[in-house]
Ligand binder design. Structure first.
Ligand code: 28F
Length: 635
């Protein structure tokens, strides 16, 4: 067998492996996996833009469920690749990881852990076509059934433009979802436009004829503007730092935009080579080092401290701060639960240095704003001390040092947090039913009596003084703020169980806001769930079934249309179910339905919470008007 045939078989084996276990390569076969195919192709265009050769990226969602991505970069090379005997184009589209690793002197989104390469998309598509505009020609190649070439690479025309266009039709038999989500795709392109100032990204949905175009000359400055849109700013200016410095593997480019608002939340969103680093890392540490050092020396020099133990802490300087940290690194290393924590050592100093230069300059040139910012951090510090005392309430302390748990917590007998669950239940009556119906070994119940405070608007001392919040923190066991320790969590499932009415939804969003703002790791680890009680009980003679959605109800009614004596009970509240029913329908791990709360995109989540739960009414009204069409209201 010639080595040509051997490499041909090698290629097919590689692509076959992808088709066997798609989830291994694109994370899941759900909607996120389907969209991962899109990001793989788009990220290659973004790499070409970050290298400075592309200025536009067009994405089309076609009627028949294909995606077309086109950029005006140099065009994937078509020369014969020494190692494979194939054109570079065919190599990039058929050899796993053939694109990302090559030239190691550019910043790659598609590189490293975050990119499996276009060949995976080819493997998971029943048709993929590529057009390359290069050397005054148009080159074309087509693949079917998971990357099998239909024909050799062909020249099909002439053209003076340069660029790459790829169309793929996913093999939906390998995926669970078959519908691209326009909003998710356009949100991602919008974020990419913010991170690459001047880059134009267009998304066009042929199914709905809707298209959106994003191009931000101001880049992350405009991003901070949008994130702070629903908040009252401190000072008009957005502080901006941009620079490059030599790291261990080459130049590190640092770009930061930041602005304070009068709120209490900090919304620091960071990226490395356009990859969202939700778990933070050395770039964020360098950022915090810089602010803490500069603000403390500024406050000291201007005699703004009352006494010297008033030193500002790392969290004081972040209160009310919206900031985007975007760095480019030749060889980023990611760690953490979701591989989204930047750990390169050289980056901490790089970000500290570049931000410090710009921040010092800004404060010298804008003394009034600088003073207002420092005053705000001093207020944050005083609230922190006040919260310290309020927090004493939530910390366990009794003579046995085992700690007391809130009286209304009906704890479970097992202490193995991997199997235990905490149900946070609205109201005493449902709480009572849950206590009676539950599995006492693994299920604890914490009924909420009073209103949960809106932690988007209140300051931390008020939040920890709220009974419901204090009980939850104590029951969870992790502590909060700087003392938070995920390893002390007493339950690995925290289930929010509220009524299926407006009040229930309000309590749910207040709890989610609190978890997102103050116990975010619980969300990031996937420990937060939402119970799904049944909406109806349909009884036909002696037999009853529970249904959880209106369409399930209609489907079931159609299926039993023949018989007569049918009765339907609509459940308005959990309290209408007796303990046995509540257990059977909503708590029994064997057949309950629960939604796991996930953060798609930290910046987006932050923006949504601050709009929905924040001070200003205007942005909330706009958000509701814009999104009302997605809400099913059953009258
Ligand atoms: C619609 C998707 O994939 N655009 C791309 C380029 C440009 C080059 C390139 C890509 C193999 C590994 C070198 C051109 N000229 N859009 C895209 N545009 N890949 S992917 O090179 C990949 C080669 O590294 C390119 C000179 N250098 C690079």
């Amino acid at each position: 067998m010639s080595n040509y045939d051997a490499s041909k078989i090698q290629v097919l084996k590689g692509l076959e492996a992808v088709r066997k276990r798609p989830g291994m390569y694109v994370g899941s076969t759900g909607i996120r996996g389907l969209h991962h195919l899109v990001w793989e192709i788009v990220d290659n265009s973004i790499d070409e833009a970050m290298a400075g050769f592309a200025s536009c990226v067009f994405l089309t969602i076609t009627k028949n469920g294909s995606i077309i991505v086109e950029d005006d970069g140099r065009g994937i090379p078509v020369a014969i690749h020494p190692k494979t005997g194939k054109s570079t184009l065919e190599t990039v589209l058929t050899i796993l990881h053939a694109g990302g690793k090559f030239d190691s002197d550019t910043y790659k989104v598609s590189g490293g852990l975050h990119g499996v390469g276009a060949s995976v998309v080819n493997a998971l598509s029943d048709v993929l076509e590529a057009w390359v505009y290069r050397n005054g020609k148009i080159y074309h190649i087509k693949f079917k059934n998971g990357g099998k070439p239909i024909d050799e690479l062909k020249i099909i025309g002439e053209s003076q433009k340069t660029g790459t266009k790829i169309m793929f039709h996913p093999d939906y038999s390998l995926m669970d979802k078959n519908e691209f989500d326009f909003e998710a795709i356009s949100d991602r392109l919008k974020q990419t436009a913010y991170l690459n100032k001047g880059l134009k990204l267009v998304v066009n949905d042929e199914r709905t004829k809707i298209s959106k175009e994003f191009c931000f000359k101001g880049g992350i400055i405009e991003y901070v503007n949008e994130l702070n849109n629903s908040k009252e700013k401190i000072g008009e200016n957005i502080i901006y730092a941009e620079g490059k410095t030599l790291g261990d593997d080459g130049e590190i480019i640092v770009e930061v935009a930041m602005q304070y608002n009068t709120g209490f939340q900090s919304n620091i969103v960071s990226y490395v080579n356009n990859i969202s680093t939700i778990e933070g890392g050395t770039h964020e540490q360098g950022f915090q080092d810089s602010l803490t050092r500069i603000f403390n020396s500024y406050a000291g020099n201007n005699k703004l401290f009352k006494n010297e133990n008033e030193k500002l802490s790392r969290t004081d300087v972040l209160e009310g701060l919206t900031a985007i940290i975007s760095i480019k690194h030749i060889d980023p290393i990611f760690e953490g639960q979701t591989k989204s924590k930047m750990v390169n050592k050289d980056t901490r100093m790089a970000t500290n240095k570049i931000i410090s230069e710009s921040l010092e300059k800004f404060m010298l040139e804008n003394p009034k704003e600088a003073k207002k910012i420092i005053e705000k951090t001093l207020l944050a510090q005083r609230a922190r001390f006040a919260a310290q005392t309020a927090r004493e309430v939530t910390r366990r302390k009794t003579v046995f040092d085992v700690g007391y748990l809130p009286g209304k917590l009906a704890d479970c007998s097992s202490k193995n947090s991997e199997i235990t669950e905490l149900y946070i239940v609205e109201g005493d009556s449902a709480g009572g039913s849950a206590k009676l119906g539950r599995n006492r070994e693994i299920q604890a119940i914490l009924p909420l009596r009073g209103k949960v405070i809106n932690s988007e608007k209140a300051r931390i001392d008020k939040i920890f003084a709220n009974n419901e919040i204090a009980s939850m923190i104590t029951a969870l066991g992790t502590g909060v703020g700087e003392e938070f320790n995920i390893n002390k969590l007493r339950y690995h499932k925290i289930v929010i169980m509220t009524d299926a009415d407006v009040d229930g939804s309000h309590i749910r969003i207040l709890l989610l806001t609190f978890f997102y703002r103050y116990l975010r790791q619980l969300v990031e680890y996937g420990f937060i769930y939402i119970a799904q009680p049944p909406l109806y009980k349909i009884t036909e003679g002696k037999k009853s079934v529970y249904v959880y959605t209106d369409e399930e109800k209609d489907k079931h009614l159609n299926s039993i249309q023949s018989s007569k004596n049918i009765s339907i009970q609509r459940y308005k509240g959990l309290g209408e179910m007796d303990p046995e029913q509540l257990w059977e329908t909503t708590m029994n791990p064997e057949n309950r339905k629960m939604l796991q709360v996930q953060i798609e995109d930290a910046a987006q989540a932050d923006l949504t919470f601050s709009i929905l739960m924040g001070e200003d009414v205007e942005p909330r009204r706009n958000f509701i008007n814009e999104n009302a069409k997605y809400v099913e209201i059953d009258v």
